[in-house]
Design a protein around this ligand. Structure first.
Ligand code: ATP
Length: 256
């Protein structure tokens, strides 16, 4: 079944559409094979959430946006899956919060960073960091291609948003003293546990929610935004996500 054949009334419409976008991304070099596997891991966990944003997901999105709004140099780090799934929302979030967009890839194969940049530009991005000669700085804590960052972006950022990230990079960014925000459907991943603010939700829902929150919070007093971001307790948020999933499964077990 191709994208055009999926009726919007199909019970798994959103899920099927997201798979189509990921597969399309594979053909345009935006997504890698391991990106397909990561997407599958995410989708399976989304079943546990009931494929809907829970209250802790929305609250994390609000705290995350507050952090972006009070940061001096916030950066949105974009990988292949994020660019394939939510390019427009990433551009919108960048515009509303003033955070810069930077391509940052686990697998920096020839032509790939340009493909991710093209996806963002097609979605309306005017400036995209981390591509070609702009990717000229390195983070010593990391190995190989993942070390490469933009000297105008992640290198000097105080806050980095790394949706669907792997644990090693997250840990390195935290060690460098940066404030780290992520979106991850897996509350048990190292990224979810190491980040300062983890939005346990599907990126397809989390990014539009962040854009909404950013519009609502923009212009609020800085002290209020800072208090909102500082009040976020990530361990409590992850514990709540796990309890929510467990409780939901127990209820569902009675119904099957
Ligand atoms: P870690 O290294 O952090 O322990 P990992 O090895 O799973 O975890 P990656 O594969 O780089 O690291 O991370 C991808 C993460 O993104 C996974 O935790 C996966 O569940 C999550 N994920 C995949 N698709 C989505 C999505 N659409 N929305 C939110 N999270 C997603």
């Amino acid at each position: 079944m191709s994208v055009i054949d999926i009726p919007t009334s199909h019970p798994r419409y959103q899920s099927l559409m997201s798979r189509e976008k990921i597969v399309e991304g594979l053909h345009t070099k935006v997504v890698t094979e391991s990106g397909l596997i990561a997407h599958g891991r995410g989708e399976s966990l989304d079943y546990f959430l009931g494929e809907a944003t829970a209250s802790f997901g929305r609250a994390a999105a609000r705290a995350a946006v507050a952090r972006l709004l009070v940061s001096r140099h916030p950066v949105l780090s974009v990988n292949g899956n994020a660019a394939a799934l939510v390019p427009e929302a990433l551009v919108e979030l960048s515009e509303v919060t003033g955070a810069l967009l930077e391509v940052n890839l686990f697998y920096r194969t020839p032509g790939r960073e340009e493909a991710v940049e093209a996806a963002l530009r097609q979605a309306g991005a005017k400036t995209v960091l981390g591509v070609g000669s702009d990717a000229s700085a390195t983070i010593d804590e990391l190995q190989h291609a993942r070390r490469i960052v933009s000297p105008r972006g992640i290198l000097i950022a105080d806050t980095v948003f790394v949706p669907l990230e792997d644990g090693d990079r997250t840990e390195a960014l935290v060690k460098l003293g940066k404030s780290v925000i992520t979106v991850d459907l897996n509350p048990l991943s190292r990224t979810a546990r190491k980040s300062h603010i983890t939005i346990v939700d599907n990126i397809l829902r989390a990014l539009p929610a962040m854009v909404d929150e950013a519009r609502a919070l923009k212009g609020k007093p800085e002290a209020e935004l800072r208090a909102l971001a500082d009040a976020w307790d990530n361990h409590a948020g992850l514990a709540e996500a796990l309890r929510y999933m467990a409780d939901r499964l127990l209820v569902l077990a009675k119904e099957v």
